[in-house]
Design a protein around this ligand. Structure first.
Ligand SMILES: *[C@@H]1O[C@H](CO)[C@@H](O)[C@H](O)[C@H]1NC(C)=O
Ligand SMILES: *[C@@H]1O[C@H](CO)[C@@H](O)[C@H](O)[C@H]1NC(C)=O
Length: 413
């Protein structure tokens, strides 16, 4: 009954076998052959050995004997006792064990943890952007309240045919880009090939480049394998151009459009700015700031010669630099110059102004006469009268003649 006792012991050993630790880790490349040695086995038959394996192909443990069988195409025991897998696949990941008894009756066990890998193709950035727009803070964007910040798409990094899945990582100017959910975000997708079980990874990067940042940042992507001690694969870097947002323009609109006004006519200068409530508009004439309260509209009901010149407006905002508009030219045309004026065109047109004022009535004429006298007096005393005094004087005149108009000029349309 020695044989029966031996068989009983064999069953006991088999049942304990599964609990044995200290497996060797084997990493095998998918599609390549793999040989696992059965330690302690005689090099040639007759041998007393048994391979068993628990992999993706098996349900629980599968026992292979040297006699072979239907599993020969997947795994078979070689004459020297080693196990050969002709072409390793994803399904061969698992545990392999061999128990051998030497001719002297000594039992040896071998155990392997087999993992497989496949290096994917070099990752690639598809649909790369060439230009990005630097981030615009919400308060500038917000004409109708704050707008959700959406990033600019840099590109999609693709890694195809790898196993295990691994990860894709983005870099900017050589430094890792960490998604922060605000400016920098990635959208990842992992697909698995139904037959081969290999992975395709996709990672779409969007960023909001900082204003005043690098004008030509580079981006690259790398694949980090899912197994340790394997090298990362890098894409070629892409270089982008970052555009800074063009500052909203400030400009002066003139009515009449060509900036030519007949003496005594109406002139309107409107400072056009991006719609912002907190803007203050100041005016500059011939390079000198006008000392009037901030207003987006300058209204001249009866232009005078002195109103001729270049005008620009300056928009000031608590949180940005003041912005000045390009200058516009205003030309006052005296269409009926009085011939024979002794003191030149200046006095001639003053006389013309007087004539127009005369048409308005005696009261206006009187005022005109007073003004004419004052002006002549001033001209004789100082050849360069100060703009501001004239400005104020005119404002007074406007008020006395047309108070409503003066008001509308201060508040604007
Ligand atoms: C084999 O890999 C596992 C993790 O997968 C590890 O815990 C174990 O220590 C490794 N064994 C050897 C012998 O390196
Ligand atoms: C058994 O044979 C295979 C192929 O001939 C070889 O690769 C392997 O190393 C051999 N095993 C031993 C233990 O010699």
């Amino acid at each position: 009954m020695a044989a029966g006792a031996a068989a009983g012991a064999w069953v006991l050993v088999l049942s304990l076998w599964g609990a044995v630790g200290g497996d060797r880790n084997i990493t095998a490349r998918i599609g390549k052959p793999l040989v696992l040695n059965c330690r302690g086995a005689p090099k040639k038959p007759p041998q007393q050995l048994e391979w068993k394996l628990n992999t993706g192909r098996t349900e629980a443990w599968k026992v292979l004997s040297p006699q072979g069988g239907s599993w020969d195409s997947v795994a078979r025991v070689l004459p020297n006792g080693s196990l050969l897998l002709p072409a390793v696949g994803v399904q061969d990941e698992g545990t392999f064990r061999c128990r051998a008894t030497s001719r002297k009756g000594k039992e040896t066990r071998s155990a392997y943890q087999v993992r497989v890998y496949q290096t994917p193709e070099k990752p690639e950035i598809i649909n790369p952007a060439s230009e990005l727009m630097a981030g615009v803070p919400n308060k500038v964007v917000g004409e109708r309240g704050s707008r959700k910040q959406s990033g600019e798409e840099v590109g999609t990094c693709v890694s195809e045919g790898g196993y295990p899945a691994g990860t894709l990582n983005w870099h900017s100017n050589g430094k890792p880009l960490i998604p922060d959910g605000k400016g920098t975000s990635v959208q990842e997708e992992t697909r698995r090939h139904p037959k081969t079980g290999l992975f395709t990874l996709q990672s779409e990067l969007t960023v909001i480049p900082a204003q005043g940042g690098a004008p030509h940042p580079t981006f690259s992507c790398s694949f980090r394998p899912g197994l340790p001690r394997r090298r990362a694969l890098h894409t070629a870097p892409i270089q982008l151009t970052v555009w800074e947002p063009v500052p909203p323009e400030v400009q002066v609109m003139v009515q009449p459009e060509d900036g030519k006004v007949v003496l005594g006519g109406t002139l309107t200068l409107t400072c056009e700015t991006p719609a912002q409530s907190s803007l203050q508009i100041h005016w500059i004439k011939d390079g000198i700031p006008l000392h009037i309260p901030p207003t987006p509209v300058l209204l001249f009901h009866k232009v005078k010669l002195e109103d001729q010149g270049t005008y620009s407006c300056v928009a000031t905002h608590p949180s940005h630099e003041p912005q000045e508009s390009p200058a516009v030219h205003v030309i006052i045309e005296a269409d009926k110059p009085i011939a024979g004026s002794v003191e030149g065109q200046g006095l001639g047109t003053v006389a013309l102004a007087l004539g127009i004022l005369g048409g308005l009535g005696i009261a206006a004429l009187l005022i005109g006469a007073i003004m004419w006298r004052r002006q002549r007096h001033r001209r004789e005393e100082r050849k360069a009268p100060e703009n501001q005094e004239e400005e104020e004087e005119r404002a007074e005149l406007n008020q006395s003649e047309e108070p409503e108009a003066a008001e509308s000029s201060a508040t604007g349309p």
